[in-house]
Design a protein around this ligand. Structure first.
Ligand SMILES: [Zn+2]
Length: 407
């Protein structure tokens, strides 16, 4: 092995992505099946992955049973028919859900990488990742493996085990873990009209929605706050992480000074606000945190880096689909929608790069009609059912999309 290869290998196994000379385009790298080879060698495995463009990638070895895990940011594996070879007990590919794609090789015996590198053709811009694995003593193999529990925690445990199967339609998909985030609370009441606070209205609604979703199959529902207590915007995101939420839905019913806004609207994250009211709402929610003594100086930078991340490219599409589905659900129930129901802005609470999230304004407390509806238990139940419908619509569409991507 050349010194260069040693260097690349060391980098790949040290926990860093092997970036090499990356041309980070917006176009996703694809596997080129006709030029891709997986072969058994005399004492190991040789894998040549032909790619439409280079990708950041990394290799990890996991013990008991021995596995080699290649991760790519991001690679589309579709249409590859993998051959069966003696040195492998199995092979699985899948999308981790945060922009990384994973290829897991179940090794028939301990093997160590003899070569792992990515070479880019300067003329075509195409790349080949080569991984050669060779039989090794168990001790030597185990000395190079990473701690599986730590790895699974940092990088999700998706597909790591030989008995892992993709969600099967006959057994039903895994439940969608939903974090409902009733806005405001505690020292931050949100909008206040006629002695009623936005914090209490949205908490009451979130509990109705939680019950509605619990009655349906396919949802595990969590709340970012259960009572009238203050939770920072960061704390709300941490709550979602703590339960490994698949989806984050912040719930509000703000007041707007002009008093003209009425009907439900869904907001997603973007750098530029879709209009002045969206900008005002985003600013106001940040300011509420500020007034409660939370340091927000990182948020603007964080939003900028989220919008540039690779994972965001996928999440952005899923967010747009989420907003569409919620609006479809609310519209189908005949409930009042805002004249521009789909909007966006720099909402700090929506800045998860890898978790679909949206902020739902149920209505605006500044509108007397909306306020009457927001306080009406019957309206709340109808709205909760409509939002649950929207989440079901989104979950079904998202699963279809995932299935296409994983194919
Ligand atoms: Zn609010």
């Amino acid at each position: 092995m050349t010194r260069f290869l040693h260097m690349v290998l060391a980098l790949c196994l040290s926990g860093l992505a092997c970036t090499g000379a990356m041309a980070q385009g917006s176009v996703q790298a694809r596997l080129v099946p006709e030029d891709t080879r997986l072969q058994g060698t005399r004492d190991g495995v040789s894998l040549h992955l032909a790619l439409s463009q280079p990708v950041p990638y990394r290799l990890r070895l996991l013990p008991a049973p021995p596995r080699a895990v290649l991760e790519f940011n991001t690679l589309d594996f579709r249409a590859m028919d993998w051959p069966e070879i003696d040195a492998l007990r199995g092979l699985r590919t899948g999308t981790r859900g945060d922009g990384w794609t994973r290829l897991v090789l179940d090794l028939a015996y301990p093997m160590l990488p003899e070569q792992v590198e990515q070479v880019v053709d300067p003329d075509t811009g195409q790349a080949v990742i080569t991984l050669n694995l060779r039989r090794a003593e168990l001790d030597a193999f185990e000395a190079r493996t990473v701690d599986e529990a730590a790895f699974a925690q940092s990088y999700s445990d998706y597909l790591l085990h030989p008995d892992t199967a993709p969600p099967r339609t006959d057994t039903g998909p895994a439940p969608l873990r939903v974090l409902l985030d009733p806005g405001h609370g505690g020292v931050d009441p949100g909008a206040v009209r006629d002695g009623v606070t936005e914090a209490e209205i949205v908490l009451a609604f979130a509990k109705v929605l939680q019950e509605e979703l619990a009655r349906r199959t396919g949802f595990d529902v969590y709340l970012s706050r259960e009572d009238d207590s203050f939770v920072s915007l960061d704390g709300r995101l941490r709550a979602a992480r703590a339960v490994r939420a698949d989806l984050f839905l912040s719930i509000h019913a703000d007041a707007l000074p002009e008093g003209l806004a009425t009907g439900a609207a869904v907001y997603t994250l973007s750098e530029e606000a879709s209009d002045e009211t969206a900008a005002l709402l985003a600013e106001r929610h940040d300011r509420d945190d500020l007034l409660a003594g939370v340091d927000l100086s990182r948020n603007t930078d964080e939003i900028a880096s989220v919008l540039m991340s690779v994972a965001w490219q996928d999440t952005k599409l899923r967010n747009a689909a989420l907003a569409d589905a919620l609006i479809d659900g609310i519209g189908a129930a005949g409930l009042r929608l805002h004249s521009r129901p789909e909007q966006s802005g720099a909402f700090s609470v929506l800045r998860a790069p890898d978790m679909p999230s949206a902020l739902l304004e149920l209505g605006f407390m500044s509108s007397p009609r909306d306020l009457a509806r927001l306080r009406d238990p019957e309206w709340r139940a109808t709205m909760a059912a409509a939002v649950a419908d929207g989440l079901e619509i989104w979950a079904a569409r998202d699963r279809e999309r995932r299935a296409l991507l994983d194919r």
